[in-house]
Design a binder for this molecule. Structure first.
Ligand code: FE
Length: 221
């Protein structure tokens, strides 16, 4: 493949300088302001690459669609099956990848480690190094998950981070933080809602949100 030719002309930068970042940026990056800045930067870069012929129009959207093809619904399927089938739950906790394969889910990661929330322990997932995430099951991580602030604070002060997500974990409940890596991706098995057996199974997947699977939220009754 030919190397791209370099255009020596300076490019206009459409972005104003960002003034400051706060400790809470990890948790607010998904607000309109954070997204708008990221979107403008992305659009400018994309337009530049298309103008230089390095990228075809629409190519980025196609790749994003591929990356987004897995999604929360697959994680919810695993959880609901585990809630309603104790044998499957045991297999899921023993070997997440094999259990996912039972449901026809193709797991690209070397290993999926499923960690169970109980009345005694709450699990929180992070990747302190970069952005490791069970993408083949959940799709793309939220932007705060890959922020430096979340990655640092989740291990240093997980209870404080969880409180900022609106989750106050009682002191008698242990908080376990799991650091994902290239080979090992974690997924939280949340506690089921009260009265699970009396509920319509069709309604259960709706209780399993993305944040529940990361551990920054719990199932709402
Ligand atoms: Fe990583």
């Amino acid at each position: 493949m030919d190397e791209p030719t370099t255009d020596p002309r300076p490019l206009p930068c459409p972005l104003p300088a960002r003034t400051s970042y706060t400790a809470q940026d990890a948790l607010v990056v998904e607000t309109g302001a954070g997204n708008a800045e990221a979107a403008r930067l992305t659009e400018a870069l994309q337009a530049l690459l298309v103008a230089k012929g390095l990228l075809a129009p629409g190519e980025v959207e196609q790749e994003i669609a591929k990356l987004d093809a897995p999604g929360l619904h697959l994680g919810a399927r695993l959880v609901v099956r585990a809630w309603t089938d104790p044998d499957f739950k045991a297999r899921l906790l023993a070997d997440g990848k094999s259990a996912a394969a039972e449901l026809g889910l193709k797991v690209g990661e070397a290993q999926i480690v499923v960690v169970e929330n109980t009345a005694q322990a709450h699990n929180l997932i992070v990747c302190t190094l970069c952005s490791c995430y069970p993408r083949s099951i959940l799709g793309q991580p939220p932007s705060w998950y890959i922020s430096k602030t979340y990655r640092a604070r989740a291990v240093r002060e997980p209870r404080a981070v969880l409180r900022e997500f609106g989750l106050d974990i009682p002191l008698h409940v242990r908080v376990r933080v799991h650091d994902s890596n290239a080979d090992m991706r974690y997924l939280v098995l949340p506690m089921p809602p009260p009265g699970l057996r009396d509920r319509d199974e069709a309604d259960l997947p709706g209780l399993v949100t993305r944040d529940v699977l990361i551990g920054t939220a719990v199932v709402q009754a």
